[in-house]
Design a protein around this ligand. Structure first.
Ligand SMILES: *[C@@H]1O[C@H](CO)[C@@H](O)[C@H](O)[C@H]1NC(C)=O
Ligand SMILES: *[C@@H]1O[C@H](CO)[C@@H](O)[C@H](O)[C@H]1NC(C)=O
Ligand SMILES: *[C@@H]1O[C@H](CO)[C@@H](O)[C@H](O)[C@H]1NC(C)=O
Ligand SMILES: *[C@@H]1O[C@H](CO)[C@@H](O)[C@H](O)[C@H]1NC(C)=O
Ligand SMILES: [Cu+2]
Length: 856
């Protein structure tokens, strides 16, 4: 007992923690930690309680006080706009969002970014404004924010109808056909009990076509009993709605719509009258409805296969984390990695200023957009697409489930959103943890030893639930300097209605997966930006190809005239371009430092590689998508390399969703073929012309940005019911050091064991070859020999004296541990704080464009 470091058992409740540590907390105000789980007989590391970032996190979101200050400032500046916090109409003026304006890389002044929704001349607009410098002072001003957008505009005009009145229109349209829906579906819209078991929901989706005509389709759904299974309960009756005047969102929005054709069971009807007449005609061909039942339940509480009576193995971390976290600045240090992170409403977590062993590797790594593009044999599925930043990957990043989403021992952080003049806190929606993988990072067996190094990595995770789908988004860091971005989708698919009708072609777009449900083929393409700074900002991208070749070698003569073999060939990427992953993985995409070399004279670099996971990293199958138009051209290739510019901070903008023909950010204008030559390169004939033609900067410094996609071609099958499984939906891209250091840098940080076997040592020869080389002598002699050999390696030469038996590098566990139940099963009823989640219904109302409320 005496030699145990016994720790007084801290009270685990937040209150107890606050009481016993009040004094400590008052000193470290913002830096206090969640009460860490303590174990009875061990003392967790405490060093991170006083860990501080070297600099302020200039990317961090506005603190609530700062947001209040900006709101007050804007209230004065925009006094004439009658800005309201509770908009009741599309044309009301309101500040939709407020957050930090991410600073230019080339300067770092704190500014805020406000999105104003404004009614002007009977139309509604969204506009971006920059407010700064901060904190608010007499110099602070508000200016239109247009420089980040390729369009040169700071606004989109929202040619969307008033959401409330459109929903209202869909509802009354549905009420008008209660006789038909009762006849065909055994259900009808019920305003008093909209989510009742025999109720129907009617949702409009509207599209603006090239000619500026606004039209849409209303589709019926069943609500789903309790699981939110709505997206797999489409009902197969569709009505076209047409905007009377092009859809202005104007004052008279209620009268903006009229009903056009109807579609049911593969047949188009010109009008409601025609449809109704047909339905009640004897012999009308019906198709079975899509009815909810236990098949949509997300869990089975009743099955008891062998083994289910035991809990699963889990991971624990009894001695505390090995990373250091400055919670206030959101700064992390872990085995040579250092980075800051932040969260934005549209795109969720971004990481900044990533260094490895003191050298900058990336300036920024961040999600840009998450797209899902559908195809199908009905009026909805055939024209359905989502750009989820519009709904908000950060706005919809809800509380994580400790012990399930992330280990119970993870650090959980919150984010706050400044919207509609208020600050909303999303508790525990970011987690940070170390995890030891089920496989080693390296191992080797020789005749006399076995060495095994654990693969422990660091994960920064969040989950964005955008309507039907949950995206788990990971930024992963490995001991060798590798960085991985991994996304896994789960949740309900967005299915299509399956009509049992020989003339329908649902099978061309998916599989039948229930009585009346088709699985609805779609592509997920999720874009990330990596501003690589491989050992400095001046970088070159090359494709290093492994190519077959026929060579003549003097040493083969005269026996082989020539030899079929392979070799390396380097193709510099000299212009901004989009690349696809090479066939047969036959090329390495490398980003090299333009001026820094390792000890062997090789350029220091990182490789970009389509990473682990069953899902492969896709680009959009659809060519020149009719619905996306110019809103998401980044989706058309796997990887892009472009010049970094302050004026091109993002490859997409959330409002691209509502203005696809004329988006704020058109990616083709970012990847527009400018040359990437710089510094050490000779100016070549024609380059100057090319530069001028593309409007490039003469003094390009070699700072490049890579955009890349993860996602999947999703062909859901019966196993996606009830929910898509993450082991099949995962996909990732990895950045892996390539000659970045002089040898594997994980050796100095990895933990593991070398087992020195009791065998007489062999030396020389191939390890493992019995009798290879001299050897002889006992363990002592073997150790002497080992030391001598290691000493020869020079400078660092091992001070560790090898023993026969287990030689640990890093710390092994040295004593047993009493585990509190919490370490195994977090107390979710107490620790999960959210009472409900504001999950988007994927209608316009659930998004940027629909934040107004029914009038009193
Ligand atoms: C602002 O609100 C006031 C009071 O409700 C109203 O009289 C005025 O017309 C409004 N101004 C604008 C520009 O909407
Ligand atoms: C639109 O969204 C707001 C905020 O989420 C909600 O209060 C309102 O009821 C919604 N309106 C409709 C018509 O769904
Ligand atoms: C894409 O489609 C549009 C509209 O159909 C057409 O005008 C345009 O030329 C097409 N672009 C390409 C690259 O095919
Ligand atoms: C950031 O860069 C843009 C484009 O060069 C410039 O217009 C803007 O003023 C810069 N922002 C700040 C805060 O300096
Ligand atoms: Cu999917």
């Amino acid at each position: 007992m005496e030699n145990r470091r016994r720790l007084s058992v801290r009270c685990l409740t937040a209150l107890g923690f606050l009481l016993s540590f009040a004094a400590f907390l008052s000193l470290t105000a913002d830096r206090w930690r969640e009460p860490r789980l303590n174990f009875a007989n061990v003392e967790p590391a405490t060093s991170q309680d006083i860990f501080e970032a070297p600099k302020d996190n200039i990317w961090a979101d506005l603190r609530p006080e700062e947001a209040d200050e900006v709101y007050q400032f804007l209230a004065k500046e925009w006094a004439d706009l009658n800005v309201t916090r509770t908009p009741r109409h599309a044309l009301d003026n309101f500040i939709y969002t407020l957050e930090t304006l991410q600073p230019n890389k080339s300067d770092a002044l704190p500014w805020a970014k406000a999105v104003l929704s404004q009614g002007l001349d009977g139309r509604s607009h969204y506009s971006y404004h920059a407010v700064g410098p901060l904190p608010v002072s007499p110099e602070t001003r508000v200016v239109p924010l247009a420089f980040p957008f390729t369009s040169g505009r700071n606004y989109v005009s929202k040619d969307m109808p008033d959401m409330v009145s459109t929903m209202e229109f869909a509802l009354s349209l549905a009420e008008n056909v209660a006789d038909i829906t009762t006849e065909l579906l055994g259900a009808k819209v019920d305003r008093d009990d909209p989510n009742g078991p025999d109720s129907l929901l009617a949702f409009p989706r509207t599209t603006l076509n090239d000619a500026g005509h606004l039209f849409g389709w209303v589709q019926f759904f069943r609500p789903g009993y309790n699981s939110g299974a709505l997206s797999i309960l489409p009902q197969g009756i569709y009505a076209r709605i047409n905007a009377v005047d092009g859809g202005s969102g104007g004052e008279d929005a209620d009268s903006d719509w009229k009903v056009g054709e109807w579609f049911y069971n593969g047949v188009m009807y010109d009008s409601l009258g025609e449809f109704r007449a047909a339905v009640f005609e004897p012999g009308f061909l019906k198709t079975p409805p899509n009815v909810d039942g236990s098949w949509t339940d997300t869990e089975d509480f009743d099955a008891h296969p062998d083994g289910r009576e035991l809990p699963t193995p889990i991971s624990i971390q009894p001695l505390g984390p090995r990373y250091k976290l400055d919670r206030k600045e959101r700064y992390v240090s872990w085995f040579g990695f250092e980075f800051y992170f932040t969260s934005t409403q549209a795109t969720g977590i971004s990481i900044y200023d990533v260094r490895f062993k003191g050298q900058r590797v990336m300036y920024e790594l961040s999600l840009q957009e998450a797209m899902a593009h559908y195809a199908g044999d009905d009026p909805m599925a055939s024209g359905q697409e989502f750009l989820d930043s519009f709904f908000g990957m950060g706005t919809n990043a809800f509380e994580l489930v400790p012990g399930y989403d992330c280990p119970g021992y993870a650090d959980y952080l919150e984010s706050s959103l400044h919207r509609l003049g208020k600050t909303e806190r999303l508790p525990n929606n970011i987690c940070l943890f170390e995890f030891t993988s089920d496989h080693l990072l390296s191992r080797h067996t020789t005749a006399t030893s076995v060495t095994a190094s654990r693969n422990t990595f660091l994960a920064l995770r969040s989950v964005s639930t955008v309507g039907n789908y949950d995206y788990t988004i990971d930024y992963l860091f490995y001991l060798d300097g590798a960085i991985e971005v991994k996304v896994r989708a789960s949740g309900y698919i967005f299915g299509a209605f399956y009509a049992r009708n020989a003339h329908k072609n649902e099978d061309e777009y998916g599989h039948r997966i229930h009585d009346a449900l088709s699985s609805s083929l779609h592509d997920h393409v999720i874009s990330f930006k990596a501003d690589l700074d491989i050992a400095g900002t001046a970088n070159d991208m090359v494709r290093l190809a492994v190519e077959p070749v026929t060579q003549t070698y003097p040493w083969d003569q005269p026996h082989f005239k020539q030899r079929n073999t392979m070799h390396l060939r380097e193709y510099p990427v000299e212009r901004e371009t989009g690349l696809d992953w090479p066939k047969n993985a036959g090329e390495f995409y490398l980003v090299y430092s333009s001026d820094q070399k390792n000890a062997w004279g090789e350029r220091r670099g990182y490789r970009i590689v389509s990473g682990t996971g069953i899902g492969s990293t896709p680009h959009l199958t659809v060519l020149n998508s009719t619905i996306l138009e110019d809103a998401a051209r980044w989706a058309e290739k796997d990887l892009w390399v472009v010049r970094r510019k302050d004026t091109e901070p993002r490859g997409a903008d959330p409002f691209n969703y509502i203005d696809p023909a004329n988006p704020l950010v058109d990616f083709t204008r970012i990847a527009d073929g400018e040359d990437l030559l710089h510094g050490h390169h000779e100016e070549r004939d024609g380059d100057r012309d090319a530069k001028e033609a593309s409007g490039g900067e003469e003094d390009y410094d070699g700072d490049l940005v890579v955009y890349f996609n993860v996602g999947s071609h999703h062909i859901p099958h019966s196993g996606d019911i009830p929910n898509t499984l993450m082991h099949t939906s995962a996909s990732s891209v990895m950045f892996v050091p390539h000659n970045f250091a002089d040898r594997d840098p994980s050796r100095e940080s990895v933990q593991g064991v070398r087992l020195q076997l009791k065998h007489k040592r062999e030396s020389g020869g191939f390890p493992g070859q019995p009798g290879g080389g001299g050897g002889g002598g006992g363990d002592e002699e073997a150790n002497q020999e080992e030391l001598r050999l290691r000493g020869r390696e020079g400078e660092k030469g091992g001070h560790h004296k090898l023993q026969t038996g287990a030689n640990y590098f890093g710390a092994p566990y040295r004593e047993g541990i009493n585990l509190p139940l919490k370490a195994l099963e977090p107390d979710l009823e107490k620790d999960y704080r959210s009472g409900s989640h504001r999950v988007s219904d994927l209608s316009i109302n659930g998004s940027a464009a629909g934040m107004w409320f029914k009038g009193p």
